[in-house]
Design a protein around this ligand. Structure first.
Ligand code: PMP
Length: 386
């Protein structure tokens, strides 16, 4: 069978070979994965178990349970000052991943251009291509602390695009953007009539300042699709639950795809999520404070090693500059010789080369051991290309 042409337009994931290497060793400490090392809060898991005991195993409404949508509306209003109608403007999805895909499938016509701030989460570029769109990469820079600016947008030609995708707090850099910085991006988006897809899945994990959603800036609500979910803050990656906040017409368009391809998001997960929003604020706060402690450790250890690492202020990633020019070679040699797996920045698109994504969503003991191994490696291995 010959796959459709658009499948060939999307190469297999560049980090696969890297993880195959990691699987061949027994003493691997992985700083490579983008998911919490915690389990979801127990009270939330218990609610899921109870829902199963009660036989709640049917589909839900296409848009998700009404009580969950109402709880999401209250939560995002309380935390981020986002005001969305649970009946018309919220769509519950199978993870933020489905939400990303729906945004492209509902709003990108073949040939449309989507500007994607990079380095970025690995699914945006394939998602645009599957929808038939063209990607305009917008490389953010270390000297701007990986924030998006009107200058990098203009330099990349994003003014010609129909849509802009951004993600703050960012995977893989750990960068966040302040309200003032986002206001400049918002001006650019309005000026050039861009639809904005704002992936805010790491919003809860903002350590230095409160998270601002670009949708709260003047004139942005009507042109923004906000994506969030339960995977990161609530440690629910395997339960596959996310959501979209967008004006009624936009969620209606996305629901058109969702109702036929997914029908409804996982039912048990919706029960878990409802309880998580209801009673698990303290557990989430404790996880966030543990990530923050690990972040401080990672940043200070890289500083002690003399490795340039910009002060990541969100998500659970640090993004140091690799001591070797060739970041892929560095990551590979580090893995082969020390068993520490971290992903080369190259895997996340333009602007990622020369960096390493270090996930600190791993226990303190393993993290300390991994940092010790990195230190010894760096002390004993000069750049072979230097
Ligand atoms: N967006 C970003 C930026 C992510 O890092 C991830 C997960 N790594 C996702 C979306 C997907 O999240 P979910 O598990 O909710 O599909």
């Amino acid at each position: 069978m010959k796959p459709a042409e658009r499948i060939d337009r999307v190469p297999p994931s560049g980090i696969r070979r890297f993880f195959e290497l990691a699987e061949q060793r027994e003493d691997v400490i992985s700083l490579g994965v983008g998911e919490p090392d915690f389990a979801a809060p127990w009270a939330a898991r218990e609610a899921g178990i109870a829902s199963l005991e009660q036989g709640k195993t049917s589909y839900t409404a296409n848009r998700g349970r009404q009580d969950l949508r109402a709880a999401i509306a209250e939560d995002v209003d309380h935390r981020y000052d986002l005001d969305y109608d649970p009946d018309e403007e919220i769509l519950v999805t199978a993870g933020a991943s489905e939400a990303v895909d729906l945004a492209f499938r509902a709003f990108v016509d073949p040939g449309d251009t989507v500007a994607v701030a990079q380095p970025c989460y690995v699914s945006y570029v394939p998602g645009v291509r599957f929808a038939g769109g063209e990607v305009c990469p917008v490389p953010t820079r270390r000297e701007d602390e990986f924030t998006l600016t009107p200058e990098v947008l203009a330099d990349a030609g994003a003014n010609e695009a129909e849509m802009l995708v951004l993600c703050y707090p960012n995977n893989p850099t750990g960068a966040t953007m302040s309200r003032d910085e986002l206001a400049e991006v918002a001006d650019f988006a309005r000026q050039h009539d861009l639809t904005v897809v704002s992936d805010e899945i790491y919003a809860e994990l903002s350590y230095e300042h409160d998270h601002t959603s670009i949708a709260t800036l003047p004139g942005m609500r009507e042109r923004t699709i906000v994506i969030n979910g339960f995977s990161k803050a609530y440690a629910m990656t395997g339960l596959r639950l996310g959501y979209v906040l967008a004006p009624a017409g936009a969620t209606r368009a996305m629901n058109r795809v969702h109702q036929y391809t997914m029908l409804s998001a996982p039912t048990t997960a919706q029960h878990v999520a409802l309880e998580a929003l209801d009673s698990c604020e303290d557990v989430v706060a404790e996880m966030v404070s543990q990530y923050d402690r690990r972040r401080n450790l990672v940043l200070s250890r890289f500083e002690e090693m003399g490795i340039d690492c910009f002060p990541a202020s969100g998500a659970f990633y640090a993004f140091p500059t690799t001591p070797w020019e060739d970041s892929e070679a560095f990551a590979e040699a580090l893995l082969e010789e020390t068993g520490v797996a971290a992903v080369p920045g190259d895997a996340f698109g333009e602007g990622g080369h020369g960096h390493l994504r270090v996930s600190y969503a791993t226990g303190m003991d393993g993290l300390k051991e991994a940092l010790d191994r990195i230190e010894r490696f760096v002390e004993t291995h000069d750049d072979p290309d230097a």
